[in-house]
Design a protein around this ligand. Structure first.
Ligand SMILES: Cc1ncc(COP(=O)(O)O)c(C=O)c1O
Length: 455
């Protein structure tokens, strides 16, 4: 087949790819599991060769050998980390994005795609309660979203200080809770700022007083430029006391960022929405549709109350970029730490456009219903102990009498026999098991099957 000339053999390969992709979308996803590099080499050998393998052979190497070595995060019993459960519409539309030669850096490149993405972002902004004028972009994931927001926050703090005629501080710092995601620590290291960790209350929530104490503990010469609250911690699903944190951040003139990468999707669910009071006061927020809003990887909605601040921080300057920078158009590249970008919000947009927003509320509520049923199962089992009541859709619990080795062996056995992926975590320095339920196809029976294996 020609590299760029679509001929009969390309046509045949296209149908093979479409058949595989369609079948993959329709099937009950297999759990699958990792193989060693040696096993994979044994199976597919050297795939990059001078003459090329040809389409069918390359496709077969993937479908027969490499794909089964990739776990399906949308398997109903894949409950580790934060899984995903993309809708059929979003996965199918991802094929269109890939087929479209689309670079969604700027309005000039991709006005239609950016328009659609912005409607999806506006829906998220409305869930959060951000005013007209808020906006942002789709970044690759929560890590890049948090980093991009904190870059904007620090840039703003620097400029504000300079405008006031003040010297820069010796160090900049950001406050977050002990439950904050590791990407906050990572962002602090990239920015070369200090991370001041605040303690939490008995419910493991970051509170206003904790923020004040953390700010108060800063060394002389250090200035806190941002406070990060988490609306749904990764390990336990805890939503910080957002209203109080917003107050404390405002008192100190700090940027208020909310990491809702996992949990802020639950804003769409009436049964838990009241946990998020105060989220509308944020200066920036992230929500990952690839987690609990049923979009394929990689897709993080990054929003700013005042996008102009982010534009000043992120716009890249070069002669060849002047035409887009001077256009006055809405360019996604201006709002995050990247230039070229895939139109990664489009599969999410398409699915929202197809199904409407009510279907999203129902699907998230269904995951919460299953979580509550799982919580009851664990509470009733005498050999299991809940770590804490589920706030959102994370269940953490312990098997009485088990050590780390027991958890590891149990978890490995369930993965190897294709039952489930449930990995141990650590809570308060002690191992525990953790379910993260974001897949509406996960049922009460799925959880019962796993819990039965702990007897
Ligand atoms: C609260 C929170 N923030 C940030 C992240 C990082 O997101 P990503 O893996 O998309 O970079 C995660 C991932 O689980 C998360 O749960």
């Amino acid at each position: 087949m020609g590299m760029h000339d679509f001929d009969d053999s390309t046509d045949e390969l296209a149908w093979s790819i479409f058949r595989y992709a369609l079948n993959r979308v329709k099937m009950e996803p297999p759990l699958d599991g990792p193989r060693t590099p040696e096993e994979l080499f044994e199976a597919v050998g050297q795939t990059i060769t001078e003459d090329g393998l040809g389409g069918e052979a390359a496709l077969e190497a993937f479908t027969e050998h490499l794909a089964p070595a990739c776990m399906s995060v949308d398997h109903p019993r894949f409950l580790a980390f934060v899984p995903g459960a993309p809708t059929d519409a979003s996965m199918l539309f991802d094929l269109v994005v890939g087929a479209s030669g689309l670079c969604a850096t700027s309005w000039l490149d991709a006005a239609g795609a950016v328009y659609a993405e912005n409607q999806a972002l506006r829906w998220v902004a409305d869930l959060v309660g951000l005013p007209d004028g808020a906006g942002g972009c789709f970044a690759s994931g929560g890590t890049m979203g948090n980093l991009s927001a904190l870059i904007a926050a620090r840039d703003h703090a620097r400029r504000t200080r300079a405008d006031a005629g003040l010297e820069p501080p010796t160090r900049w710092a950001v406050v977050a809770s002990e439950g904050a995601h590791s990407s906050i620590d990572s962002a602090a290291r990239v920015l070369d700022v200090d991370l001041l960790l605040s303690g939490t209350d008995d419910d493991r929530r970051l509170r206003g007083d904790g923020v004040r104490a953390a700010i108060g503990s800063r060394p002389d010469g250090t200035e806190v430029f941002a406070v990060v609250a988490t609306s749904g911690t990764t390990n336990l699903g805890v939503v910080d006391a957002l209203d109080e944190v917003a107050d404390a951040a405002a008192e100190h003139g700090c940027w208020f960022h909310v990491d809702g990468a996992y949990g802020a999707a639950a804003l769409v669910a009436p049964s838990v929405r009241d946990q998020f009071v105060g989220i509308d006061r944020c200066d920036s927020v992230i929500v990952d549709p690839h987690k609990w809003l049923f979009a394929p990887f990689d897709c993080c909605a990054l929003l700013y109350r005042n996008p102009e601040i982010a534009r000043i921080a992120h716009t890249q300057h070069a002669g060849y970029l002047d035409p887009i920078n001077e256009s006055g158009d809405w360019n996604p590249t201006d709002y995050g730490h990247f230039l070229s970008r895939r139109a990664r919000g489009l599969p999410f947009w398409f699915s929202l456009a197809v199904h409407g927003t009510r279907a999203y509320a129902e699907a998230v509520e269904r995951t919460l219903e299953v979580t509550r049923a799982g919580e009851a199962m664990i509470a009733e089992a005498p050999h299991l102990e809940l770590v804490m009541p589920a706030g959102l859709s994370v269940l953490a619990f312990r098997r009485v009498g088990w050590t780390q080795d027991d958890y590891d062996a149990w978890s490995r056995e369930l993965m190897d026999d294709g039952t489930a992926l449930v990995l141990p975590t650590v809570v308060d320095g002690t191992p525990a098991l953790r379910f993260c339920i974001v897949n509406p196809r996960t049922t009460e029976d799925d959880l019962a099957l796993i819990v039965a294996r702990l007897a």
